[in-house]
Design a protein around this ligand. Structure first.
Ligand code: NAI
Length: 242
């Protein structure tokens, strides 16, 4: 158990989660990442975090399974003794027009993106309440604000995360626990690799897709610097929503 602050990042093996993990390692955190499947990506990320001086470790479990989450978070607490920052970042898409969207695709997205954040936050919040400090950042999406054809399940989950964020901020403020959300626009990761970048960029005021680092610096700001900020949804979207 070190004396450094500790961050947990779900979906931290790649994409936006990995960038957040690295930004927090740079800010001096020990970082635990949670991931679902890609062992090679997770080990690569851990190597990179360790090279930055972070006592980093990876935990493989699905955030959509309550028991697995409780076991996994207990292991993280056993190793580090505290959790100062939680980034609920893990997420999936199962896109399709609503009339053709079957209940498996609906449930998979709600269970992972929304209920998963609930499962992970529960034991972490209990610990943060004892610590009387903590910062939780939920990675929502602009489509949780705007909606998107073909993403009824994903938009509902991401909008749900915004309500979740605001309610927890109200409940937990007196314990010095801050809860905020980030609503990314289109960010270049595995999740968006099949999009037509040039066509998308025309509709974005800043004329480009975002990078994972654009989200990571915002997460670090909310986690570390924004001590009087809670219950907010920060758009990091090149100007798509304002
Ligand atoms: P990605 O697909 O590159 O990475 C997703 C991560 O989540 C991976 O590390 C994966 O292992 C993990 N994950 C997925 N299901 C899991 C489960 N059941 N249990 C544990 N871990 C699980 O995605 P990306 O683009 O980095 O997205 C990260 C977050 O940002 C997601 O919540 C996504 O919805 C959100 N977002 C992404 C945008 C984009 O344009 N890329 C835009 C708006 C929001």
């Amino acid at each position: 158990m070190g004396d450094k602050q500790v961050a947990v990042v779900t979906g931290g093996s790649r994409g936006i989660g990995k960038a957040c993990a690295k930004e927090l390692a740079k800010a001096g955190f020990d970082v635990a990442i949670v991931y679902a499947g890609n062992d090679a990506a997770a080990s690569q990320t851990i190597e990179e975090l360790k090279a930055m001086g972070s006592d980093a470790s990876a935990y493989k479990f699905s955030i959509a399974e309550e028991e697995a989450v409780n076991d996994g978070i207990a292991k993280i607490i056993e190793k580090y003794g505290r959790i100062d920052v939680l980034i609920n970042n893990a997420g999936i898409t199962r896109d399709g027009l609503f009339v053709r969207m079957n209940s498996e695709d609906w449930k998979a997205v709600i269970n992972t993106n929304l209920t998963g954040a609930y499962y992970v936050s529960k034991p972490v919040v209990k610990l943060m309440m004892k610590q009387r400090s903590g910062s939780i950042i939920n990675i929502s999406s602009i489509v949780g604000i705007l909606g998107n054809a073909g993403q009824a399940n994903y938009s509902a989950a991401k909008a749900g995360l915004i309500g979740f964020t605001k309610s927890l901020a109200k409940e937990l403020g007196a314990r010095n626990i801050r809860v905020n959300a980030i609503a990314p626009g289109f960010i270049q990761t595995d999740m968006t690799k099949d999009l037509d970048t040039e066509k998308m960029s025309e509709h974005i005021p800043l004329k480009r897709l975002g990078e994972a680092e654009d989200i990571a610096v915002t997460a670090k700001f909310l986690a570390v610097d924004g001590k009087y900020i809670t219950g907010q949804v920060i758009g990091v979207d090149g100007g798509l929503v304002f």
